[in-house]
Design a protein around this ligand. Structure first.
Ligand SMILES: [Zn+2]
Length: 384
């Protein structure tokens, strides 16, 4: 699948969706995103439901008008964020068949049900909705992983029923993605997948922790891709939290087509910039020359560096500014530097995704399939 039709235009796949968690890609105006190759955004339903509230966004014209963004928007449920706060002890509460209950210190108990989650997403007016799911950490025991799958499937069923009711009420049927859980247990992953496929969704997502301690993708990422390709080959597959450049390349080869991650924007704000160093490979093998690298804005070696962050980068930052100037802004803690760095990092991701889109389109075209498409893109054979 090389494009996804949405109510805000056709989205070329694979696509990287920067996190606009609270309705903004931090430090950047939505009008600047297209110029750095960003086609779609990911917002967080739970965060927006708290501030300013889904109803307020609806009254302000919906999420697109609210953000000043006319491209596709995916609304993540926010379940992951609440569960993370429960695990860290920042909130009290737990997950059950009904949903996720939590209470802030000294606050009142609140319950996020699957129905509420979908109604909020519909009020926001996102183009792609996501089921509430119960994310676990890989080290949690078998009982927790089992409970996570039971909750995830039950909530997904209720989410789908709510999406269908909202479609009847409003006349707008929004595509709904279900998230596959099951931790590192292949049998549990298969069971979760089979039960969600039986319910039937417009797209699917890998849920859980996608990356091992050494930075490579966990085996269940490949398993989920294999299961979805077999059961729903035309459905978009979202790799929740997969974001390092080499992992985007590897996951795209597996069949993933949607990605969101805080890495390029958060790293930009922390003065970590992404630059290309040479021909791209699918993985980073020990001893292999790295095809991308970080440049650190705080590094004093950039103090009198007149070159841009990455020679040849078409982003507005590289077009106008030297590393020496950006280093100066960093040293004097000028807020502008966060925006300039974010724009460059998003451009790095935007260019990488364009390459992957062209390769996928070429591979799906009979005239350019096989070795011809690899030669056309100049890509090295992927290490297997
Ligand atoms: Zn740049």
């Amino acid at each position: 699948m090389s494009a996804l039709a949405t109510s805000h235009g056709s989205l070329a796949l694979p696509a990287f969706l920067p996190d606009a968690t609270r309705g903004v890609v931090r430090t950047v105006d939505a009008s600047e995103l297209r110029a750095v190759g960003i086609d779609a955004l990911c917002v967080n339903t739970w965060h927006l439901s708290k501030e300013p509230g889904a109803r307020a966004v609806e009254k302000l014209g919906g999420i697109h008008r609210f953000m000043g963004w006319d491209g596709p928007v995916l609304s993540d449920s926010g379940g992951f964020q609440i569960l993370s706060l429960l695990q860290s002890g920042a909130l009290d509460g737990s997950a059950s068949n009904k949903g996720i209950r939590w209470r802030a210190k000294g606050g009142e108990s609140e319950l996020l049900t699957p129905e509420k989650c979908i109604r909020w997403q519909a009020k926001l007016g996102a183009d792609l909705l996501v089921c509430l799911d119960h994310c676990t950490r890989p080290e949690e025991d078998a009982l927790s992983q089992r409970a996570s799958v039971e909750h995830t499937v039950r909530w997904a069923e209720e989410c789908k029923a709510t999406r269908d009711r909202v479609a009847e009420e409003s006349g707008v049927r929004r595509p709904l993605l279900a998230v596959l859980q099951g931790g590192d247990d292949p049998a549990l992953r298969r069971e979760c997948a089979a039960r969600l496929f039986e319910l039937g969704f417009d797209g699917y997502a890998f849920g859980g922790w996608p990356v091992r301690e050494d930075g490579a993708l966990v085996e269940s990422v490949a398993l989920v891709a294999e299961l979805v390709r077999a059961a729903a080959p035309a459905a978009p597959l979202w790799g929740l939290g997969i974001g390092k450049p080499e992992n985007l390349v590897a996951a795209t080869a597996l069949g993933f087509s949607l990605f969101d991650c805080v890495l390029p924007t958060r790293d930009g704000r922390h003065g970590r910039l992404y630059v290309r160093r040479g021909p791209r490979s699918a993985t980073l093998l020990p001893g292999e020359a790295r095809w991308w690298d970080h440049v650190y804005l705080g590094d004093t070696k950039h103090a009198v560096d007149d070159a841009p962050i990455e020679p040849g980068c078409p982003c507005p930052t590289c077009a106008r500014h030297s590393l020496g100037y950006l280093h100066h802004l960093w040293q004097v803690k000028e807020p502008l530097v966060a925006r300039l760095a974010t724009l460059h990092n998003l451009s790095f991701y935007g260019r990488l995704l364009r390459e992957l889109q062209q390769e996928r389109a070429a591979a799906s075209s009979p005239a350019l399939s096989g070795s011809a498409s690899a030669a056309a893109t100049g890509e090295r054979p992927a290490a297997s």
